[in-house]
Structures are given as C-alpha cells and as structure tokens.
Design a protein around this ligand. Sequence first.
Ligand code: OXT
Ligand code: ADP
Ligand code: MG
Length: 579
Amino acid sequence: MSATAQNTDANAAAGEQELTDGFNLIIDALKLNGLETIYGVPGIPITDFGRMAQASGIRVISFRHEQNAGYAASIAGFLTKKPGICLTVSAPGFLNGLTALAHATTNCFPMILISGSSEREIVDLQQGDYEEMDQLAIAKPLCKAAYRILHAQDIGIGIARAIRSAVSGRPGGVYLDLPAKLFGQVINAEIGRKSLVKVIDAAPAQIPAPDAIKRALDVLKGAKKPLIILGKGAAYAQADDTIRAFVEKSGVPFLPMSMGKGLLPDTHPLCAGAARSTVLKDSDVVMLIGARLNWLLSHGKGKTWGDAPKKFIQIDIEPREMDSNIEIVAPVVGDIGSCVSALLDGMDTMWPAPPVEWTGSVAKKRDENVAKMAPRLMNNNSPMDYHGALGVLRTVIKERPDAILVNEGANTLDLARGIIDIYQPRKRIDVGTWGVMGIGMGYAIAAAIETGKPVLAVEGDSAFGFSGMEVETIARYNLPVCIVIFNNDGIYRGTDVNKGGDDPATTVFVKGARYDKMMEAFGGVGVNATSPDELRRAVNAAMDSGKPTLINAVIDPAAGSESGRIGNLNPQSALSKKK
Ligand code: OXT
Ligand code: ADP
Ligand code: MG
C-alpha cells in the first residue's frame, strides 16, 4: 500500500480531510516509477524521510560517506538502466555526493542525486542558515540537468522530469534539490495522488536513419582490415544478443573497452583484446559501438593508430559525439539496440567475411601474447607478484562467470584488466572514463544489492583507502563481497624514498599493514595471504560462503610500475632530468 493511502485510511477513520505530505509524496513518486533502492547517508533534513522510505518497503542502504553512496547509485544506474538514487543531507553531504554525480555524467550512467537543502529565503539573502549553500547553482555545471521542487504538488512532475532526464538520450547524472520545508508540506491526499506521474517509456528507442545504416554497411563491406570496438555504452544498452549476432555474422575481430569486456567472452575466437596495439595500428576501418574516441583511445590519432589510413564508423545516441576528435565517415545516431539490429537486418545473407590474412594475423598475434603471458600466471612466488596473484583470480572468475568483478588501482587495475577474462556482459566494473580511485566499495555494494550475485573486488591498497570504511557497510548488510587488496605498501610501489627529509615518501604507506583486520573488526572474515596458494584457498572459501571477506594479498613492494600502463601521461620536469 502506498504511503499516502495509509494516511488516507487513518484520516478517514478519524473523519478528517484526507491529507498527505511531501515525505509521502516523494516515496509514492519513487515507488510508482519502480525506484525501490536508495543509497545515502542520513541527517538533517532527510533522516525521517529515510526511515519512512524504509518503512514503506524501499530498500535504503545507509553508507559511511556520501561519495561511496553516490558511486553505488551511479553503477546501479549502469547495471539496471534505471536511475540510481543517492540521498544526501545539505551542503557538506551534498558536496560529498557531487563527485559521484559528476562521475555518473562523465561516464554516461543514469543517476539522481537527491539532496535536502536549506530554505530559499535565507539562502538567497545569505543570512547563514544551517548548512547554507546554493546547491542548485553548484550542481548545474556538473550534471546533465538540475531541478528544485518547492511545492508538494510539484513532487510528481519534478521526479518524473529527473527520471526522464537521467535515462533518455545519452544517460547522465541529475540533481534534485529538495528544501527542508518541502518534506513537511501538507496537501489534500486526492490532489497529491493526482499529481503523481508514472513516466511512460522513459528512454524511447531512437531509430537510426536508413541511409546512415546503408552508409555504415558499405564502409564496413569495403574494409580489408576491419575492427569493431565495444565500449561501455554497448554494455549499458542491454542489447547483448543482437550485438553478439552482429559481430559473429560480420566475422570482424572485436576489441572490448574495459567495461565492454564480456559482451562477447574474452575467449571468443574473434576477440582481439590480447592484440590491442596490432589491431589499432593495422586496421583500415574501425566501427565504434558505444565507445568514445577520448584519451583511452588516444583520440583516434597518433602513434597508437599507426600510419595506415583509417575510416571510422561510429554508433552513438549522442549526435554531438560524431567528429568530436576526428572525422567519422559513417555516423549512425540512435540507440545501440536499434542501430545494431538495423545493421544486422541490412546485411546480405551471404555477408563476406573479412580477408583471412587479416583475421588470421590478428588471431596469431593474440595467441602469441596469451602464450607469452601464460607461464607468468602460474608462479607461486611469495611475496606475490601481480601475475601470480592475478593468475589465481583469473581462474576464480573462469569458474564463476556470473560473479561481478570490481577493479581499481594502477598496476592492480591495468594488469587485472588484461589477465582476468570476462565471460558475460556487465560483469566488470571499474574506474571508468576519469580513472577515478574510490569507486571500489560503493560499486561492490551496489553490484551485490542490484544483481544478487557474488562480487569480487580487486583493489590496489591505495585505491581501497578511498572507500575503505564501507567494509562496515558490507558487513552490516551481510553482502556476498570478497575484497582482495593488492598490498604493495603504496601507490604504484612501496619502495619510494624521500630525498629531502625524514617524512615517508609521498607514495608509500605503512609497511606490512594488515587490512584484513579491518573486516574482522566488523565481524566479517579477514585473511592474510602471502602466496598464490593461500590466496586461492581464501578467495574460493569466500566466494563459496558468500560471507563478507577481506583478503590482504601481500605483493612485492617493488613489483609495480609508476602509474601502471599510463606512466606516459605523467609530466616530466626537464630541469630535474638535467640534474
Ligand atoms: O597489444 P600490446 O602488445 O600493446 O599488449 C596489450 C594487450 O594486447 C595485452 N593483453 C594481453 N596479453 C595477453 N593475454 C591477455 N589476456 C591480454 N589482454 C591484453 O596487454 C597489453 C595491455 O593491454 P591493455 O591494458 O588493453 O592496453 P593498454 O595499452 O594499457 O590500453 C590503454 C588504455 C589507456 C586503454 C588502458 O591502459 C586503460 O584503460 N587504462 C586505464 C588507466 C586508468 O584509468 N588508471 C587509473 C588512474 S592512474 C592514477 O591516476 C592513480 N591515482 C591518482 C588518483 C586517482 N586516479 N583518482 C583520485 C580520486 N585521486 C588520485 C592513484 C592515487 S592510480 C592511484 C593509486 C594506485 O595505487 P594502488 O595501490 O591503488 O595500485 P597499485 O598500482 O597496484 O599499487
Ligand atoms: P568506453 O569508456 O567503454 O570507451 P565511453 O563511456 O567512452 O565508453 O562511451 C560510451 C558511449 O556510449 C557514450 O558516447 C554514450 O553516448 C553512448 N551510449 C550510452 N548508452 C547508449 C545507448 N543506449 N545507445 C547508444 N549509445 C549509447
Ligand atoms: Mg599499491
């Protein structure tokens, strides 16, 4: 029964006018639109709202810091195609949630940050209200849309607008500002009920133009060395069978971006993940499906892409993405499900496979790289190196392909991305477009809550520190999350030395720290693993039991490299080099 209906019954029994209020209308509006989970941190003015939402059957997951709740909401949006909801208090809580809102927008994940706020009259005259801040103005440049609701009868339409803005077109973050007074505003229950809006077809299909499809197929057909790149937009679209059918019918090698892995298994015969530099350099036609030509693809130019002339086909819902970095000869604008099925329909029954010289050379390079890596993954060194430890985790995921892998760090990220094969769509979630540290525990919590599947979070020791306090949240909700911390005593490496004094170097942490004790402190399982064999036993036990577990994997402090695979992005001082 809706919250408003419960009040109505009580009022009718008392023979009074039927009333509802802001609290109840927000709850009813969210439920009416199937938004049944909230990630947040309570406090003035939203504490009672959280209680009432929980009492009404909404799942309210209470975090230790809003940034982690925000990251949880953002990835809930990616995993479900419904906006993830993050709820925060005013000013400081709002600001803590804002990084995640900006992250959602940058990564094209649908999310709504709902923040309580101070009263307009006082904020606008800057008279020093409790947690005073002009939140709407601050949020605007960091999200796709920002709205404020001032009257209870506008709650229905305000929430509908927020939902539609988050999920339609290119998905993104939306800010919804709810001043404290709104929650307690009382209105007639019937008027309230009628003001609610159920959003119909929140993300309408966007059908591509037939001539755009024909142009794209003509370019693809003319290719001698074609390549398909599958980005996280393709994973988000949930058009998994259509994408697989298209790739297989085309016979074109595909390169998955990090979160596009698993759309087709990394072990698929057409997967070129292990021949990345070869396919980027040597291909002549590249079809991007839900992937942007940003820094992760070297903007489509330069050394990475080699000298061979290239034509790009791009499928994206955002028309302005076309030609953002280089010329796109065949832009296809529409939602990926509609575009890829139109491409599939437009292919002749006898679609010619790409020349075997190309597919054969890609397969050969891939097999060579895989074979080169294989022996390194089998070592049982103690302390562990990255390859020994990741070899174990690769098998864990192979044996449990429906588990979700969360991954952050530098070396821990880059090496895990290459080594751990992914077999199903949306099973690898990571630092995304910004390469941001801190998504780990929020993502792990949301992945467990939204999917009910076991989660393996593979974390650099620095990366983990950004959201580490949420191990208490994981223990409190008894979530099936196994965290493995690659503990190499620091950021990139634990061997740096301060050349100017007694303070520790900026990149090193306490030597020999025991992160496993953190989980034990909250009643979960903690394990210290010093060899691949110990790691294997501990992870298997955790994944089988589903108990919250934190494994401190002791990694050689000298094993990593500066910034993992992206050390080239560090600016260098010409002066210090001369010294
Ligand atoms: O083809 P070639 O020969 O080139 O080979 C490629 C593949 O073909 C091959 N490959 C394989 N071989 C064999 N078998 C298999 N299966 C296979 N698969 C692939 O391997 C190579 C490499 O493949 P890859 O990875 O696909 O290709 P490449 O060239 O690396 O791809 C380029 C990129 C750019 C697409 C890729 O590198 C990428 O996606 N990179 C993302 C990088 C990223 O986002 N990093 C995170 C940011 S780093 C830094 O900023 C950090 N900070 C600062 C900070 C941040 N970020 N955020 C905030 C809020 N504050 C501060 C911090 C603090 S990282 C960091 C902490 C680090 O310390 P930790 O303790 O957490 O971690 P450790 O480093 O472990 O100590
Ligand atoms: P990656 O980092 O994996 O390369 P990006 O985040 O750069 O991926 O790109 C994702 C792209 O997917 C964005 O340009 C976004 O507009 C697009 N996108 C997201 N959802 C859809 C969809 N349903 N249909 C079409 N394009 C989409
Ligand atoms: Mg580290």
